[in-house]
Design a protein around this ligand. Structure first.
Ligand code: NAP
Length: 466
């Protein structure tokens, strides 16, 4: 079946000769993944890290070319797409430089002559990925996975097939043998079959909570491990001691990043009553200053939403929330004309029964809340099904520590916007998912963590225990 993609900036169909894989083609790719794993797991770490470094060089050297593919398929600004390619190159370099250290045996003292923990790869891992950071989401899975000796099967979002094929090509050109990283051009209806296949050993999904739940259910039935990086409605909390100018400027950036379509975008702005009016005035100004337009242009801050359906969803959430009493402080109406543009918008006084209160809003729409004190700010922040990132603005160290301990989130950034970093684990709690990507912890998610005991005599200190 042919695959159709639409340029979100123009609404025009992009000419394509791409076809979805037939079941027979999927079978051949799964067989190749199994074969490739048997060879790849035996290669040295030095060999794998050299190839990962080469992948990083390709990304850095051809970043404009890759960026254009991203912008044409999902509408992010070209400058942010170039930055995304650079960040992928960083992740490749990071695992090339640190992979051997993360995978080294860990000696553990016992009564054995030698006992240690060894990290071994587990096999082909299916990665179901979203369109919003079409390169980064894939590389933050693939760079550690391939260095660890696993092989990757990518089912990318249906609107970014050229990104998916370009990524496969980067790994081939970097020297990874055929089958070590393959793109499967399949729809989400074909994912269950791949998860059922015994050659596939685990799965990672980055995407919406319903998609994560569906993949986890199927994988669970097959007793396969999953890592889930799901939606978020991150709080951005402003307290009286904050630098309000910097907080408001960062707030607009944190809400509008990636045209408002980031899992870790700040979405709920919870502001202490003492600084609510002063912050709001600055924030409205900063949101209005964001330039909406052609994503290819250098001076554009906010391009179109990725799909017509994404804009329809955002529009519905804003309209229904306003109908229930939310106040629109800026924006709030779609931009007419070709493409799926929506302006930076702020909603305030949002009632609990408004869709924007509970749902993730995947567009440049900020939700503003007033908190009477720090206690109320924490309870508002935690009154969400999600728990991905969080950002707290305060110059009071004791207050900052309290928020770090009490916010139900996988990440808390103090006086900074939330961002992923290859050196730090990334992931959430509650309906934002489980497991971690990045850092050494992310690398070990898909490994057989084997205990090794080197001595004839076995452990006997607790013979009754298993
Ligand atoms: P999505 O609709 O859930 O799609 C993500 C991927 O899952 C796509 O490849 C999609 O394939 C596939 N998929 C959808 N339903 C599925 C099902 N029932 N079974 C198997 N696969 C399924 O999400 P999206 O619209 O692309 O991305 C936006 C969401 O991702 C937001 O909620 C955002 O917060 C979240 N996100 C989370 C993170 C994180 O790190 N936590 C990062 C980025 C995005 P098709 O395209 O073929 O439908």
């Amino acid at each position: 079946m042919p695959i159709t993609t639409i340029n979100p900036a123009t609404g025009e169909e992009q000419p394509t000769k791409l076809e979805k894989l037939t079941p027979e083609q999927v079978e051949r790719k799964l067989a190749l993944a199994g074969e490739a794993f048997r060879a790849h797991r035996r290669t040295s770490i030095a060999d794998r890290t050299a190839k990962m470094a080469a992948a990083g060089e390709i990304l850095a050297g051809e970043k404009e070319k890759f960026a254009r593919i991203m912008t044409m398929e999902m509408g992010k600004t070209l400058k942010s797409a170039i930055a995304e390619a650079e960040k992928c190159a960083w992740a490749c370099r990071y695992y090339a430089e640190n992979g051997a250290r993360f995978l080294a045996d860990e000696e553990v003292e016992t009564k054995a002559k030698r006992s240690y923990v060894r990290h071994l790869p587990i096999g082909p891992v299916l990665a179901v990925m979203p369109w919003n950071f079409p390169f980064w989401q894939v590389f933050r899975f693939a760079a550690p996975a391939l260095v660890a000796g696993n092989v990757g099967l990518l089912k990318h979002a249906s609107n970014v097939p050229r990104c998916a094929l370009a990524i496969e090509d980067i790994f081939r050109r970097a020297g990874f043998p055929e089958g070590v990283f393959q793109t499967l051009l399949i729809g989400s209806d074909a994912v269950a079959g791949v998860l059922d296949d015994p050659r596939v050993r685990a799965a990672t999904l980055t995407g919406s909570t319903p998609a994560g739940s569906s993949v986890a259910e199927r994988a669970g039935k097959n007793l396969k491990k999953t890592v889930l990086e799901l939606g978020g409605s991150d709080p951005f909390i402003v307290l009286p001691s904050a630098d309000l100018d910097l907080a408001a400027e960062t707030a607009a950036k944190a809400r509008c990043i990636n045209n408002g379509q980031s899992c870790i975008a700040a979405k709920r702005f919870i502001v202490h009553a003492d600084v609510y009016d002063a912050f709001t005035e600055r924030f409205v100004r900063a949101m209005r200053a964001q330039k909406v337009g052609d994503p290819m242009a250098d001076d554009t801050d906010v391009g179109p939403l990725a799909m017509e359906s994404t804009r329809d969803d955002v529009e519905r959430q804003v309209r229904e929330s306003a109908a229930r009493g939310a106040k629109v402080l800026t924006g709030g109406e779609r931009i007419e004309g070709p493409g799926w543009f929506y302006p930076p918008t702020i909603l305030a006084e949002i009632p609990e029964d408004a869709p924007a209160y509970r749902e993730e809003v995947f567009g440049p729409v900020a939700l503003l809340f007033r908190a009477k004190d720090a206690d109320e700010a924490i309870s508002l922040a935690n009154d969400s099904d999600f728990g991905l990132g969080s950002s707290v603005w305060t110059r009071d160290e004791a207050e900052a520590r309290r928020f770090v301990d009490e916010l139900e989130a996988g990440m808390t950034f103090v006086n900074a916007m939330v961002a992923s970093d290859p050196r730090l684990p990334f992931g959430g709690v509650k309906e934002s998912g489980y497991g971690r990507e990045l850092g050494s912890i992310g690398m070990r998610e898909f490994m057989n963590i084997k205990s090794v005991w080197m001595e004839d005599e076995g452990p006997d200190e607790h013979p009754a225990a298993e």
